[in-house]
Design a protein around this ligand. Structure first.
Ligand code: ASP
Length: 592
């Protein structure tokens, strides 16, 4: 129908007759002429109808916002002094000759440039309108282009794009499963994949050597900011490559993506061990753009009587840290109180601080509610270790290590952002040498990555001291966000069985849940490993979007529903009967 996209017209088309198809973005009547801004996927062109074209002019008067139009006209330069530098097509306009209304539109629930004033729920309910916004269309286009670069890169490097099932068995990635009842197997359920993990490993046993898939994954997690119940991974697995080779090949993929689409050159990514990341930043995904670090001071606090510090300083499971905030002296009491509230979200019981007004004046030059509890020489030793300067502020964290890491790690990010300390645009790195297991509050062990991750030591060593064992896992981190993660996998059934045992999965359960994997491992499983990148997060970071919902065409809300289709929904009792399912009714609820 169309000869050109509206948004791609420019001076080179002057004098040409064009046929445009799109939506009426805006209509303005101006002293006898009608302007219609016609919009399509590529942008907006201004079309002018003057009363000479009588029929079209009369029709143009009836056009309303979001009507679908087909317009034939001649491209011309805009009159002197009326060009619009903000618009891509701002130097030209189209003199409308013929107008056809292809479809009318009800008054839209919001005008495209007023989207910010409506709630996200309205935007998601009318997503077809929200996605007409050039900003949204740009992000989807960008996403498509990046996926394409990734596919090409992987294809050029010998990876095969192989689909894996959506109706399957549980794949443990640490979340709850979405279950699908089976009609043909009474009382049985499929699980939607939390990731294609086991299938990609089995593809390696099958000799596929290099696999990738841009795969949908499903995780039924409780409300957590910026998670989606279904999301997209760039899922990768290889055989006969070690962690070094896997990191090299995938790092180059990310480098290419940034080079090609943002014109950013990354260079080689630094590596940091998990232990160092936790010690210096309280996080296994440190944002290296912020130049502030947690500094351990437990050794200096051991004999301080003040119990806030004394207890944790003498408990191996705790940490006492200080965080020097350069120029933090300008923070007001109210701001410090707000930070105290902020760290309490992470379980911190308080937030001690010292303002450094004048170092030369000794203790007199400091300001803090805790000075009276601390021997002077300890205060000086702490400040010397931190290398403080006049005008700085020091925050303290003292508690169980987990609480200190989480609270002061988060405080570091928040203060860094609030005080404009985020330097540079991009800080990628690899975090390596993760522990195999972590201890849950009930003392049981869980896998830090997933139960198929290979340890970097022998079966005997893992069994002897599981919490000491490190894994052959690696995470790629960008600006404080985990962009991807993976590992070398266990390829020996005996090692896999030992790890299951450590995780409290007995032989029977292992056989029932993962018998197919153990079988596969026993039929010549090559050494293999891989990783997965979160595509939504990658695109969010690259486009500077505020949430992953802004880079997904049809995202779910924070409460895991879809306002557009109203999913999830009730089903008929007939369907439930076929599935042998009876829904327990909450009091006061009506049946479907
Ligand atoms: N399956 C893992 C995940 O989804 C990634 C990997 O280990 O390859 O996090």
């Amino acid at each position: 129908m169309r000869s050109h996209y509206c948004g791609l017209l420019n001076e080179q088309h002057v004098g040409q007759e064009v046929v445009l198809c799109g939506w009426a973005h805006r209509r303005r009547d101006h002293g006898g002429v009608i302007f219609i801004d016609l919009r399509d996927r590529e942008g907006i062109a201004q079309v002018v109808f003057d009363p000479d074209a009588e029929q079209s002019f009369a029709l143009a008067e009836t056009v309303r916002s979001e009507f679908v139009l087909k317009i034939t006209g001649i491209v011309r330069l805009r009159p002197e002094g009326t060009s619009n530098a903000v618009m891509g097509t701002g130097r030209i306009e189209v003199l409308g000759k013929q107008l056809e209304i292809l479809n009318a539109s009800r008054t839209p629930p919001f005008m495209l440039d007023e989207h910010a004033e409506v709630g996200e729920d309205i935007r998601l309910r009318h997503r077809y309108i929200d996605l007409r916004r050039p900003e949204m269309a740009d992000r989807l286009r960008f996403r498509s282009k990046v996926s394409n670069t990734i596919r090409n890169y992987l294809d050029e490097n010998g990876f095969l794009d192989i689909e894996t099932p959506i109706l399957t068995r549980a794949t443990p990635e640490g979340a709850r499963d979405y279950l699908v009842p089976s009609r043909t197997h009474h009382g049985q359920f499929f699980a939607l994949p939390q990731s294609p993990q086991l299938f990609k490993q089995i593809l390696m046993v099958a000799g596929m050597d290099r696999y990738y898939q841009i795969a949908k994954c499903f995780r039924d997690e409780d409300l957590r900011a910026d998670r989606q119940p279904e999301f997209t991974q760039i899922d990768i697995e290889t055989s006969f490559m070690n962690e070094e080779q896997i990191m090299t090949i995938t790092e180059e993929m990310i480098r290419q993506v940034f080079r090609k689409h943002l014109n950013v050159e990354f260079g080689t990514f630094p590596r940091m061990t998990f232990a160092e990341a936790m010690r210096r930043f309280g996080s296994d995904k440190p944002d290296l753009r912020i130049d502030m670090e947690l500094v351990d001071i437990a050794d200096l606090m051991k004999d301080v009587e003040f119990k806030v510090f004394h207890g944790p300083a003498n408990d191996p499971a705790s940490r006492v840290v200080a965080l020097r905030v350069p120029e933090g002296g300008r923070l007001s009491r109210k701001e410090i109180d707000d930070y105290t509230k902020f760290v309490s979200i992470y379980g911190a019981k308080g937030l001690a601080w010292i303002k450094v007004n004048d170092l030369a004046a000794g203790i007199e030059g400091l300001q803090s509610p805790i000075l009276k509890f601390m021997p002077e020489q300890v205060v000086h030793a702490v400040l010397a270790r931190l290398g403080v300067q006049n005008g700085d502020l020091v925050f303290f964290g003292a508690d169980k290590a987990k609480i200190v890491n989480e609270s002061i790690g988060a405080l570091r990010l928040k203060v860094g952002a609030d005080m404009g300390m985020v330097k540079g645009d991009w800080a990628p790195l690899w975090v390596v040498d993760f522990p195999m297991f972590e201890e849950a509050s009930d003392g049981s062990l869980t896998a830090l990555h997933h139960p198929f991750t290979a340890p970097s030591c022998s079966v005997e060593e893992v069994q002897a001291d599981p919490l000491k064992a490190l894994s052959r896992a690696y995470d790629m981190v960008l600006n404080g966000t985990e962009l991807g993660g993976g590992s070398i996998r266990i390829n020996q059934p005996s090692m896999q069985q030992s790890v299951f045992k450590i995780l409290g999965i007995g032989d029977e359960e292992a056989k029932e849940k993962f018998g197919f994997l153990l079988d596969a491992l026993s039929y010549g499983a090559p050494p293999h490993g891989g990783l997965a990148f979160g595509l939504d997060r990658l695109i969010m970071l690259m486009t500077g979007a505020s949430s992953i919902r802004e880079v997904i065409a049809f995202p779910k809300t924070q409460s895991a529903s879809c306002p557009l289709t109203d999913a999830p929904g009730l089903v008929s009792s007939k369907q439930l009967r076929e599935l042998n399912i009876q829904v327990r009714q909450a009091a006061g609820e009506k049946s479907a």
